[in-house]
Design a protein around this ligand. Structure first.
Ligand code: IPM
Ligand code: MG
Length: 363
């Protein structure tokens, strides 16, 4: 098969981790007889440096013409980077939100899975994670607080600001359908997370999710308030299969879940629209503090590339091969610094490029 992959290397550790994912994708192409054509796309800080804005029309057109986009991360250190002297809508993050919206990427899938080999890196007590956990966070990605009207203004000499959390029923329905479809292929449980005891948008969310659930009698549907969900994630993460939630709650809960897997560097993600197109990126950020040091964990990006093979190219066997190679590397005792266990003598610490190589060797 032949596919065109847009590549947004991005800022911070982005270029380092994307290089490893491309190494792995190339090895997959060799092994299974596919070919990928890569097209470099500038976004975020890298685009600001060249064009003065974080996302150009050309970048959107390039992404649209690709079968899928692989992304590293965007953004820099908010205290020191000149990008953050710009108005908010010209900063790197605006590029990311812009491309999500422009491509209609409403469904953000963030799988959080605890590898047996990484139990030592998980901050939870041994008895809590005895049976591991395997959940899929389905985060709505193009609505809610991120895209509602916002303003900062002075009213009678007092500064005030507002953001708007708005969802319509169609936006809720399409992400709920995705969540139930995915639950069907997993452990058949959807837990929808909201704040229905306070927010109107959450009450509508709950109503629509319940309506969708009727069409999936084989899938168990439950609801949980977001504050309780944050607590349950650390109390008993194994109870979750698919967590379905709105944009902001999903942003927060997915960072929390990622830490439970051992490191933000383990959490992959796929952002999908109604077609097979997707944007694939690690859930973590650009980590400017470690950029250029060659120590970042490329696994989340490599697992995101595996999601690309599965969801956009329908290459299940190839995706599985990549996932198995990652598991094998961890089994063989190789770790980047972020997932080192307390007892360092039992594993070998390796750098970003070595991790990519080890995964390729095991493909
Ligand atoms: C994420 C990130 C982004 C978000 C930021 C960089 C705007 O935290 O992908 O989770 O909040 O969506
Ligand atoms: Mg986030």
């Amino acid at each position: 098969m032949n596919f065109k992959i847009g590549v947004i290397r991005g800022d911070g550790i982005g270029p380092e981790i994307v290089a490893e994912a491309i190494k792995v994708l190339d090895a997959v192409a060799d092994k299974f007889g596919h070919s990928w054509e890569y097209e470099e796309i500038l976004m975020g800080g890298a685009s600001i440096d060249k064009y003065g804005i974080p996302l150009t029309d050309e970048a959107i057109a390039q992404a649209k013409s690709a079968d899928a986009v692989l992304m590293g991360s965007i953004g820099g250190d908010a205290k020191t980077s000149p990008w953050y002297k710009l108005p908010p809508d010209k900063r790197p993050e605006a590029g990311l939100l812009g491309i999500r919206k422009a491509l209609g990427l409403f469904a953000n899938l963030r799988p959080a899975y605890l590898y047996n080999e990484l139990k030592e890196a998980c901050p939870l007590r041994d008895d809590i994670i005895a049976d591991g956990f395997d959940m899929m966070i389905m985060r709505e990605l193009t609505g809610g607080l991120y895209f509602g009207e916002r303003k900062t203004e002075e009213i009678d000499g007092v500064l005030s600001a507002y953001d708007t959390l708005i969802y319509n029923e169609n936006e809720i329905r399409r992400i709920a359908i995705r969540a139930f479809d995915i639950a069907r292929k997993r452990s058949k449980k959807v837990c929808s997370v909201d704040k229905a005891n306070v927010l109107d948008s959450s009450r509508l969310w709950r109503k629509i999710v319940d309506e969708v659930a009727v069409d999936y009698p084989d899938v168990e549907c439950s609801h949980m308030l977001v504050d309780n969900a944050a607590m349950q994630l650390v109390k008993d993460p194994a109870q979750f299969d698919v967590i379905l939630t709105e944009n902001m709650f999903g942003d927060i809960l997915s960072d929390e879940a990622s830490m439970l897997t051992g490191s933000l560097g383990m959490l992959s993600s796929a952002s999908l629209n109604e077609t097979s197109f997707g944007l694939y990126e690690p859930s973590g950020g650009s980590a400017p503090d470690i950029a250029g040091k060659g120590i970042a964990n490329p696994i989340a990006t490599i697992l995101s590339a595996a999601m690309m093979l599965r969801f956009s190219f329908d290459l299940d066997e190839e995706a599985k091969a990549v996932e198995d190679a990652v598991t094998k590397v961890l089994k063989d005792g190789y770790r980047t610094i972020d997932i080192m266990p307390r007892d360092k003598s039992v594993v070998e610490q390796i750098n970003t490029a070595q991790m990519g190589d080890k995964i390729v060797e095991r493909l």
